[in-house]
Design a binder for this molecule. Structure first.
Ligand code: AMP
Length: 274
């Protein structure tokens, strides 16, 4: 297998201050390298954020023994009427994942105010301080993809729920890896793509909870936050899993249903300052 990584920017490389356009990766068998490279190239040249003028693509062989196989997180969809209700839902999801109301609100505020970054913020849920070694870049989860043999089943599964698009396929692979990282209790994300307004909260206990509206249309700044509980694991172990461990998803988790937000949390007691 080969790990292919792409990052692209406009106005020069990231290192020279260029604006990040897109980043993506694939893990594919040797015979699929050409196709994977050309689709990553096409993405950086035709992205809705603009056309990249710096593109970096790297290829690395992976040994079978380096791979850990995972199942994807179960998916739940919560329907909301606008992004404000979506953000209320995201706070409720973070609380359901174990954060207090104060912690959940602080995490969401950090995401709203986040600068444009290539990676995610890694936030200590107790101190609410950021822990990334490089605050400008953030932490990038890398080394994950779907097993090629599971693609037909994955497409059919997502198609059946109206979710078969690149955003969901890539985000679900990323979230399924991140939720298994030592010390990670939750993740929240919305996209940089100005046309893509959905987002999600994921956690080891909740699975992948998709909110159909989490940012206003037309906004080209998204963001991601990984919530870390230092009482559960060591930071270096967590970073190693995110950045070094190769994970491939070879089993698809169940679809848990689509619910209006108010029905999903209606009976549960969230919203108190625990
Ligand atoms: P996207 O959903 O690809 O539009 O990404 C939304 C945000 O998530 C970006 O602005 C980055 O801050 C962050 N991000 C994208 N890819 C990764 C990754 N592989 N690991 C960590 N954060 C990422």
């Amino acid at each position: 297998m080969y790990n292919i990584r792409m990052r692209s920017a406009q106005g020069g490389s990231h290192e020279k201050g260029g604006q990040h356009i897109s980043g993506a990766e694939r893990i594919v068998p040797e015979e699929d390298i050409f196709q994977a490279v050309s689709s990553l190239l096409k993405r950086s040249l035709t992205h809705s954020k603009g056309k990249a003028d710096f593109i970096n693509i790297s290829l690395e062989e992976i040994k079978k023994e380096e791979i850990i196989y995972l199942s994807s997180l179960p998916i739940t969809t919560l329907e909301v009427k606008d992004y404000l209700e979506g953000r209320k839902g995201a706070i409720q999801c973070l609380q359901a994942a174990g954060l207090s109301l104060r912690q959940a609100q602080a995490v969401l505020n950090l995401l709203v105010e986040a600068p444009s970054m290539r990676g995610a913020m890694l936030v200590d849920i107790h101190t609410l301080k950021r822990l990334e070694p490089d605050l400008q870049r953030g932490v990038r989860a890398t080394g994950m993809d779907w097993a090629p043999e599971i693609y037909p089943q994955l497409h059919a599964y997502l198609e059946g729920e109206g979710l078969n698009n690149t955003h969901v396929r890539e985000a679900l692979a990323l979230a399924s890896k991140v939720a298994r990282a030592p010390g990670i209790v939750a993740e929240v994300c919305w996209s940089d793509d100005p046309e893509y307004i959905a987002g999600y909260v994921a956690s080891p206990t909740l699975g992948y909870v998709r909110l159909n509206h989490l940012k206003p249309a037309g906004v080209d700044k998204g963001g991601r936050i990984f919530c870390f509980d230092p009482s559960k694991a060591n930071l270096q172990e967590c970073l190693h899993w995110m950045e070094e461990q190769i994970t491939i998803i070879n089993e698809i988790g169940p679809y848990q249903g689509t619910f209006p937000l108010k029905n999903y949390f209606g009976e549960k007691e969230y919203g108190t300052n625990r």
